[in-house]
Design a protein around this ligand. Sequence first.
Ligand SMILES: [Cu+2]
Length: 141
Amino acid sequence: MAGLKSTMVVLVMIMAASLQLQFTVAKTSHVVGDSLGWTIPPGGDATYTKWASRRNFTVGDTLIFKFPTGLHNVAEVPRAAYGPCNYINTLSIHPTGPATITLTRPGKHYYICAVLGHCQVGQKLTINVSPSKRSTPKSRP
Ligand SMILES: [Cu+2]
């Protein structure tokens, strides 16, 4: 009986996962860090890495960075600047919270907080954005 029960649990999990896949076809708003928001993460940079690993990002989706204006900010930086937390050559900077960023390009994106010291202790996020899915025409000739 225990075997049947665990099989059922696995089945339900598979169904939930495929439902989630369907939902990602629509444009999604991703609240970075969920309830934690965009802050110095208590668990270090693994916090946002873990958060991102549970999600699928697609062109057209938005990232919402929730933070109090003045305490943090969001800077998109090139790959080379991400590791060393170099925020001299930012691609864009969003000083006002909450900051909503629409993902317009596929590929890797690198975000850091450019307040001195914050990126070094883990306030950084990298995501991989998939190209947008083309909607297949429903009507047939
Ligand atoms: Cu910060």
